[in-house]
Design a binder for this molecule. Structure first.
Ligand SMILES: Nc1ncnc2c1ncn2[C@@H]1O[C@H](COP(=O)(O)OP(=O)(O)OP(=O)(O)O)[C@@H](O)[C@H]1O
Ligand SMILES: [Mg+2]
Length: 228
């Protein structure tokens, strides 16, 4: 089943009246359960593409379709619901709330969606347990290591059982060993739950296992490799 499709999307930024074309005519589709890796040099448009896909940034031209609905023609309310309940996000920096514990941070998307508290607590704890954070649930982000913080961010992204997770260099500021752990957790949880994953990463094992690898250069897809 086709989950997402981008059709000839372009995105320009304007700085001092100068146009910067970050994405220039990209098209592809994502099937439910697909793992897609995006690679490319710095400035090639990877983060821009991910934010366009995730309903966070309107393209200058072209369409982003979620189950055949054009994302950016939906009302703001409807789009927020999709971002909260259908999409999950993991960024290079965790963006956890420093005053909240790991468990409370993971619960946040479900609280926003007004889900039942008992079930929310249970699911948050189960997720944290699955990523080896059972003993760290009551820690605040400042009391966790970088890898632990990212594992909490992964759990938070999965809290509302999204259909797709967008991850932008989720291990960009971690050492290789710690990065492996976070990638494994992300990969395993997505595989297990059939969640699609669109991830910007240079982590080789993930690139090898991905269904599709898109290589960007100057805002365009210059190479597409598929497993099948
Ligand atoms: N908010 C912005 N305003 C103006 N230009 C921007 C903005 N964000 C990105 N750009 C420019 O758009 C181009 C693509 O940026 P983008 O962040 O998508 O690249 P990237 O592939 O994610 O790079 P990196 O690997 O360094 O994260 C770059 O030339 C960048 O300078
Ligand atoms: Mg980037």
């Amino acid at each position: 089943m086709e989950l997402l499709r981008v059709e000839n999307v372009f995105k320009s930024y304007y700085l001092n009246k100068q146009e910067i074309q970050a994405v220039k005519g990209i098209s592809f589709s994502i099937e439910a359960g697909d793992i897609i890796v995006i690679v490319g040099s710095s400035g090639s448009g990877k983060s821009t593409l991910l934010t366009l896909l995730g309903g966070l940034l309107k393209p200058s031209r072209g369409k982003v379709l979620y189950k055949q609905q054009s994302l950016y023609t939906l009302s703001n309310g409807r789009l927020s619901i999709i971002r909260n309940q259908v999409f999950g996000f993991v960024f290079q920096f965790h963006y956890l709330i420093s005053e909240l514990t790991a468990r409370e941070n993971v619960m946040l998307p479900a609280r926003i969606a007004r889900k039942k508290i008992n079930e929310t607590v249970k699911r948050a704890e189960e997720l944290l347990e699955q990523v080896g954070m059972k003993d760290r649930m009551n820690h605040k982000p400042g009391e966790l290591s970088g890898g632990e913080q990212q594992r909490v961010a992964v759990c938070r992204a999965l809290m509302n059982q999204p259909e797709v997770i967008f991850a932008d260099e989720p291990t960009g500021n971690l050492d290789i060993k710690t990065a492996e752990g976070v990638h494994d957790v992300l990969w395993n949880l997505c595989q297990k739950t059939g969640t699609s994953l669109v991830v910007v990463t240079h982590y080789e094992p993930l690139t090898q296992r991905a269904d599709h690898v898109l290589t960007l250069n100057e805002g365009m897809v210059i190479k597409k490799r598929s497993l099948n």
